[in-house]
Design a protein around this ligand. Structure first.
Ligand code: NAD
Ligand code: UDP
Length: 323
């Protein structure tokens, strides 16, 4: 049933074979749009969208956003970029290029096709924040030369480009600042805390807490987040963002480890490791804008989302090879 669909649109999703991108493709295909999923498979995998390949309104394309792209589209969701510290620090120059050249190429495409364009920005634009929780007006506290800078500054520069294309060329832009999100199809080896703890607990390996575990994050379940992307894209043209999207309920890494241990029934012990450089002490979105403008807020509680994510990893770890 596609009651909400008025006109099917041609929609490009860059980074569409990744964690968030594949869930977004699911929702857009389900709604009857023509979806072009583009990815270079650096951190994504074809398997994330394999179930969509036989749909007539889905197309998968290997392409790197640092190179120009010539297609005809009505909307673009620009998600291409490695998101976890292990992956974005693997080739930091390429990370900055993906954010900056990728944004220029996709904005150029939006300009030529007059498409509406969404940018997956990040809470990392706030760096290690000195204001808590973080409202969109906060300009951030980012180290420009540290190991996280390729990602943080790349995303900040992409935001600058989006707003300059908007002011200079009248592009319709939608900038979302995404806070930590988790769920099925996360990469099991990407080093992010939720996937790490779950995989460690399921394998009976020690849970690795960095620092003393009192640092906090706010975790949003993927289905909630994808609803916010679609609501933002559908909002009136004067809604450009930036707009925070995430779950404002805050947990310490110790709380998270305990929840994972409870839900998996694992007997893994907890090991403490040094805190990585520039690791933010606390992070929680102020989502007042998203609530007021989009009428959006997360619905899935952490324990419920963790249970669904644990079920996914149980199945994935039983796969013969990680392809
Ligand atoms: P992900 O690594 O699973 O997905 C990123 C996708 O982009 C992958 O499929 C990867 O192969 C692809 N990609 C990377 N470089 C590319 C390039 N040059 N050309 C084409 N494709 C390329 O990560 P994710 O968690 O799904 O993140 C998606 C987007 O959301 C990213 O832009 C990320 O910065 C942003 N984001 C995610 C989170 C989160 O908690 N998951 C938080 C903040 C922002
Ligand atoms: N973290 C941890 N153990 C791990 C992986 C991460 O304690 O095995 C911590 C990390 O130091 C950070 C928090 O969990 O304080 C969130 O880390 P993640 O990489 O998931 O996201 P980000 O730091 O980008 O918010």
């Amino acid at each position: 049933m596609q009651a909400s669909l008025t006109v099917p649109r041609r929609i490009l999703v860059t980074g569409g074979a990744g964690f968030l991108g594949s869930h977004l493709c699911d929702r857009l295909v389900e709604a009857g749009h023509e979806v072009l999923c583009l990815d270079n498979y650096f951190t994504g995998r074809r398997k994330n969208v394999a179930h969509l390949l036989d749909k007539p309104n889905f197309e998968l394309m290997r392409h790197d956003v640092t190179f120009p792209l010539y297609v005809e589209v009505d909307e673009i969701y620009n998600l291409a970029c490695p998101a976890s510290p292990i992956h974005y620090q693997y080739d930091p120059v390429q990370t900055t290029k993906t954010s900056v050249h990728g944004a220029i190429n996709m904005l150029g495409l939006a300009k030529r096709t007059k498409a509406k364009i969404f940018q997956a920005s990040t809470s990392e634009v706030y760096g290690d924040p000195s204001i808590h929780p973080q409202p969109e007006e906060y300009w951030g506290n980012v180290n420009p030369i540290g190991p996280r800078s390729c990602y943080d500054e790349g995303k900040r520069c992409a935001e600058t480009l989006f707003f300059d294309y908007h002011r200079q060329h009248g592009l319709r832009i939608k900038v979302a600042r995404i806070f930590n999100t988790y769920g099925p199809r996360m990469h099991p080896q990407d080093g992010r805390v939720v996937s790490n703890f779950i995989v460690q607990a399921l394998k009976g390996e020690p849970i690795t807490i960095f620092g003393d575990g009192t640092q906090t994050r706010s975790f949003c379940y993927v289905d909630d987040l994808i609803r916010s992307f679609i609501a933002l894209m559908a909002s009136p043209d004067d809604v450009t963002g930036p707009i925070n999207v995430g779950n404002p309920v805050e947990f310490s890494m110790l709380d998270l480890a305990q929840a994972v241990l409870d839900l998996t029934g694992s007997r893994s012990r907890i090991d403490f490791h040094p805190l990585p450089q520039d690791d933010p002490k606390q992070r929680r979105p102020d989502i007042s804008r998203a609530k007021a403008i989009l009428g959006w807020q997360p619905e899935v509680q952490l324990r419920e989302g963790l249970a669904r994510t644990i079920a996914y990893f149980e199945a994935r770890l039983a796969e013969p090879a990680d392809v």
